[in-house]
Design a protein around this ligand. Structure first.
Ligand code: UDP
Ligand code: MG
Length: 336
């Protein structure tokens, strides 16, 4: 019997949280109107997370897990989960319980009303530092201005998606998986559900500043070419400034006896200004070219070291069912 609901949770060094996560999630799963599977993706954890996932899988057949051969990052972990789902309704949430599982029934209610995507929008971030709040706040607003699809502000990956949407996401070949952007790109009926973001249940934040920055740049570069145009604009501004300056110097030279614009200062300024404009432009170009390079190499998105569940479905007594599931899972392994 295939599950109706698939929950996807990426795990990176979350040993302190896994027992509580399981407790809260299974309470919610028990209340749902259909069978639910929970797919946990171990993103190369260095603590006991994988061991705990194995134990959970032994204890509860609704739990399946994928284990990466190394750390590939949150977005890739979620992508792997999406590749393996079997349910009709897919829900993505973080392991640290910042995304309250108790919201899931409300999301499902919206799905029943006909929405294919229900994303959770933060009204408040409780107890997160001012720096994180400020950078996140500004980033989402800049992205909204620049992106060519409307990506709602203050939304993360916590969402519900219909199978139809997930199939489209899975068919997208691109490697830069900015899931909240791709989800908006797909379209269909989307709606928000508002919530207060809780503080992390336990443990350290796994998104370091550099990981968050990389995610932000990925988001901008994969959903907008405005930064490329920026160098054109900067170049035009610099050219206009140069022409103005030339006219000024000419005027001073001809009509003002003791010209104030002599010496190296002005030359140095011009050199620094143009130098930085050029470096920034090359850097921006580099962001795009680097991504083209990544796409062209077309390496697999992740490597799997271990898979638990999916085919040894102990709920199913029917052998052909088991075989189907097994084939599904191995096909997935081939593809990714
Ligand atoms: N995570 C992951 N791989 C990473 C970093 C984080 O799978 O390289 C997972 C982590 O276990 C958690 C989720 O991504 O389930 C969000 O991470 P975190 O709570 O540290 O970041 P936040 O979004 O709260 O800043
Ligand atoms: Mg978190």
């Amino acid at each position: 019997m295939l599950p109706k609901y698939s929950l996807i949770v990426p795990i990176y060094n979350e040993e302190e949280i896994i027992p509580e996560l399981y407790r809260r999630l299974s309470a919610v799963m028990n209340r749902l109107d259909g069978l639910a599977e929970l797919i946990l993706i171990n993103d190369g954890s260095r603590d006991r997370s994988l061991q705990l996932l194995r134990e959970l899988h032994q204890k509860d057949p609704r739990i399946c897990y994928l284990s990466f051969a190394r750390n590939f990052g949150h977005q890739i972990a979620v992508t792997a989960g999406l590749n393996f789902v079997r349910g009709q309704v897919i829900i993505i949430l973080d392991a640290d319980l910042q995304d309250p599982p108790e919201l899931i029934p409300d999301m499902i209610e919206k799905w029943r009303q006909g929405y294919q995507v229900v994303y959770a929008q933060r009204t408040q971030r409780l107890k997160e530092g001012w720096f994180k709040r400020f950078t996140a706040y500004s980033f989402y607003r800049v992205l909204k201005k620049l992106a060519d699809v409307e990506i709602p502000t203050d939304t993360g990956d916590f969402c519900l998606m219909d199978r139809q949407i997930v199939d489209i996401l899975n068919s997208m070949p691109e490697r830069t998986r900015y899931i909240r952007g791709l989800r908006s790109w797909v379209g269909f009926q989307q709606t928000a559900i508002r919530f207060e973001r809780n503080p992390r249940f336990a443990g350290e934040v796994k998104y370091t500043f550099s990981k968050s920055l990389a995610l932000a740049i990925n988001g901008l570069v994969s959903f907008s070419i405005v930064p490329l145009r920026l160098s054109t604009y900067l170049g035009l501004v610099a050219a206009a400034a140069a022409i103005l300056m030339a006219l000024l110097v000419l005027y001073w030279r001809l009509f003002v006896p003791h010209s104030p614009l002599t010496g190296f200062t002005i030359i140095l300024m011009a050199i620094f200004f143009l130098g930085s404009v050029q470096l920034v432009s090359v850097g921006i170009l580099g962001e795009y070219i680097g991504r083209i390079y990544e796409e062209v190499k077309a390496r697999p998105l992740y490597t799997l070291a271990e898979v638990g569940g999916f085919y040894d479905n102990s709920n199913s007594t029917n052998n052909s069912d088991k075989l189907d599931n097994f084939q599904d899972a191995t096909q997935n392994l081939d593809k990714y």
